[in-house]
Design a protein around this ligand. Sequence first.
Ligand code: PLP
Length: 621
Amino acid sequence: MKRFGLDIWGDDNFVIKKDTVNIKFGNEPSILEITNHIREKGYKGPMLLRFPHLIKKQIDTLFCTFKTAKKEFNYQGNFHAVFPLKVNQFPNFATELINVSDKHNYGLEAGSKAELIIAMSYTPLGAPITVNGFKDKEMISLCFIAAKMGHNITITIEGIGELETIIEVNSEMNAKSKKPIVPKIGVRIRLHSSGIGIWAKSGGYSSKFGLTSTELLEAYEMLKEYNLLDSLWMIHFHIGSQMGDIAPLKKALREAGNIYAELKKRGVDSLRAINIGGGLAVEYSQQLQNQERNYSLKEFANDVIYLMQDIAKSKNVPEPDIFTESGRYIAASHSVLVAPVLELFSQEYHEKSLRLKEQNPPLIEELFDLYNSLGRTNAREYLHDALDHMESLLTLFDLGYIDLEDRSNSEILANLIIKRVISLLKDEDTNELKRLQDRIQERYLVNFSVFQSLPDWWGLGQHFPIMPLTKLDIKPTNPASIWDITCDSDGEIGFKPKAPFYLHDIDIEQEEYFLGFFLTGAYQEVLGMKHNLFTHPTEAVVKFDESGEFYIENLIEAQNLMDVLDDLDYDTNIIDKSLKKKLEESKYIGSDEKQDLLGKLYLYLSENSYLKTIQAIETGK
Ligand SMILES: *Cc1c(COP(=O)(O)O)cnc(C)c1O
């Protein structure tokens, strides 16, 4: 697996050149080159690289694919899209998203007051804003304020209570207006069809959101009674994130399409749009057999357009405008987390670490002989013998018959035998081989936090593509598991025999080795948690100038230690004073040393929590 599944998940965004993985854009710099460029300025630890050209690519592809589908079917409704802010609200992402999408009239979706404020500030007037999720009177008032600013804003009603509040706010906020201005109104419908997979709780009868048919009829009557029916223009549903299979979407589209047609027939003339929510899946898999998505964007767009047209025709109503709110599809590919490997944890299993004695216990002598006479034909048999001996030796140790050196020798010999057997049998794709690899996996300690940077791995078992940035001309042979630097045993991406993952054998004291974690741009950042107080990593926006050269913008360093504590509402003055006082009053050191240590202490306080790489320590960088 020299390509690390790049052809499955890479979407042509990266290219392997000689031994590195490079950006397939501009002058095609390697990710390593970009990383080193930033590290040379003194930034160490993990680094999140953002590529706005990949945000643009996703948005352009989305609009272009729907445009083509509309043309193919001669569809009369318009296509619109908004980005759901909950997927990534970070300014270095959101402001680039607005910049790169200006020609599409792309808008934002907000699910909370803070997100609504972002949407109201950054969405260009005229581009759509949709507001979903639970709302109180204040949030609904904010929507009215947005409408009065001139925003093209739609409030989605998630329940009858919200409609009552809209009616109340409308009478208050438009009481003195010459011309009442009301946001557009959408209704979220509770479908009986639901998504599948780990995120499928957003649709279906038991979903948190949406109106039942009975409530929909009630809402219709209330809107009519309070003269707001003219504002009702959108039907909304969202069946869940990362839809691997397209079948549930088709069911949902039929259901929503028929509800739209029923309301049209009831005389809701202003109703013009169906909002199909998000859910477009991203292919995260590095192995063909584990692929997560069974459709293409083209198929998705064609299905949406075809089904809506079909229903509109058969019910004799106009073809609705289509809205999408796909977020994962837009954001996932734009960022790459680069993290240095700090250490390999099974270096001790080298022949040179053996401490054989003049007289060794007989089982160890046997292990040693097995190791020296291993060959292609006896590999399996000798392996089984070795594992057997190993068990016996460990029992002997527990009973006090052999000492720590003997135990160490048996561990080393057994592991060396397993390693050699694996390489002798490497062409056999047997389960036994995978189990062995599981047993001798190499543990790579990586300078990052799974909890901060890949929370969905920790919480949901979501896989993210991982590959080294260098050595891609050499086949990696170490079955690898990845450990983060938190003190939590959950901070590990273990070797899985069903999705085997290999890395290179490297001597970290001689060379740097970086891993790239890909497709981390959706959800991971804001869901990330500060377990052990590891914070959002240093981030940078990578752009390309006209000649194709890359340059770095908006570099934001990971929070320093004092800021982290300040965020937790510690009084950092107290911390500062306490540390200073303890050093100054220490009985153990002289005044020169005190000055020196104070200087060091303040330097450390101004840095972030992540580790400096071993090499950086050695060279004093
Ligand atoms: C979360 C959410 C989305 C985005 O879903 P993706 O799977 O990221 O595309 C869209 N609409 C609503 C209402 C949501 O809650």
